[in-house]
Each structure stands twice: as C-alpha cells, then as structure tokens.
Design a binder for this molecule. Sequence first.
Ligand code: C5P
Length: 239
Amino acid sequence: ARPVAVLTAAGSGSRLGADVPKALVPLVGEPLVVHALRALVAAGVEHVVVTAPADHLPAVRAACAVVGGAQVEVVAGGASRQGSVHAGLRALPPGPGDACVLVHDAARPLAPVGLLRRVVAAVCAGHPAVVPALPVTDTVVRVAPERSDDAGERSLGAVDRTTLRAVQTPQGFPRALLVAAHEAAADRAHDEATAATDDAALVAALGHDVLVVPGDPLALKITVRHDLAVARLLLEESR
Ligand code: C5P
C-alpha cells in the first residue's frame, strides 16, 4: 500500500510574530504548508490529512488546493499537537493497518523527499517507529530550575552530546500501531502542558523500539523569524 500522512498545521505561529497561522506564512511565494505538502506528494503519499486552526479552514483549504497528485483533506486540529495528530488520524479514509503513516509538521517545509523516502523505507522494512534526527552540535547542560534567579540558572553540568540527537519530522509508523498509541495516550492527556510533542514517544510508551535514521539540515523547524530567513537562504541555495 502507498503511504498516507497527517500534516500538522494547526499551530498559531505566535512566536513567528505573523498575523496569519504559521502554516500560511509565505516562504519564497508559497505558504509553509504547501511546501510540506509538495514533499509528501513527491514521496508517493496517497492521502494527506492537514490539520488547520479551526478558524482558518477555508484559507488552508484554498492554499492546499494548488497541489495535485494526492487526495488532500483539511480538518480542524486540536488544542495540542498531539490532539491535532489524533484528529488527523481519525479523518484518514479506511485503509490497511500495515500501511506507513507519516506524521509531518508544516513547520518543516524544506524536509527533502530523500528524507521522507528513508523514513517510509524503514517502516516498510518492519520498524514500528522511525524518526529522523541530527547530532547535537551545541554543548548541552542540565539546569536546576529551583535555583534560578534573575541572574540565571545553576548548571548541573554537561550531558554527553555524542549520545544526543535532535529529532525532526516526518516520523513514520505502521498506521494501526500509531492509531492505537494515540488512543491509549488520549486517555492520559490532551492539554498543551501534558501532551507529547512527538508521536514516537507514544508508540514507545506501548513498549516498541524507535529507530533513529539520519535527518537532514533542510528539515529545520520554523519557529521564529530568524528560521524563516535561514529557510529562504537554503531554498535559494538549493535551486
Ligand atoms: O508549535 P510547534 O512548532 O511545536 O508545532 C509543531 C507543529 O504542530 C506545527 O506544524 C504546528 O502547526 C502543529 N500544531 C498543530 N496543532 C496544535 C499545535 C501545533 O497541528 N494545536
């Protein structure tokens, strides 16, 4: 079976300082969500459910309508990313439980098709959860929040960064397993504070191994304005 996907685009983009939801912010002429959608289509995805802010459904639908090659549906997201992914999974048409489902963030518009194919291939090879990730280049320290004051926080020392990876999207799973993981997790938490930021964590909570495959610097996440400027440069460089 061809892969299917949930594309999360229901975030507000408040940290970007834009007056439209982040997924509709343009990058070299096209909204972020359209870039991400094109990559999913290029990777052979057959059906995509896009989760959008409930009050921007028509605008996100109109933006996505320019992309052909896959069935695309736009539904309202939830209060958290986890809630949005769950809503997206429920909106997928019936299909084989062992098909690969990709969960991808519209906030990663430049994730290249090779990365998407790598994730799909690992799921098809039998892995229950696949995440792309990059080595961490900064030194990372743990802090003691209870000892923080206006001057800063107390460092508890560096974590061995050779064992750390920064996780990207798309993440891939056999569809039936991801649905089961979300159903189990929905009973535990749905608000922004307690929800998982990552789908693989929900599948891991069911006792499954998570495979980490090489990520790509192009799959950077757009969070603040600076990221948008970097993405613009990377896109121009790769053209
Ligand atoms: O906020 P953050 O950048 O971590 O969001 C990651 C992705 O999850 C974004 O693509 C955003 O649109 C999406 N999201 C969502 N529903 C929410 C919050 C975030 O679909 N309630």
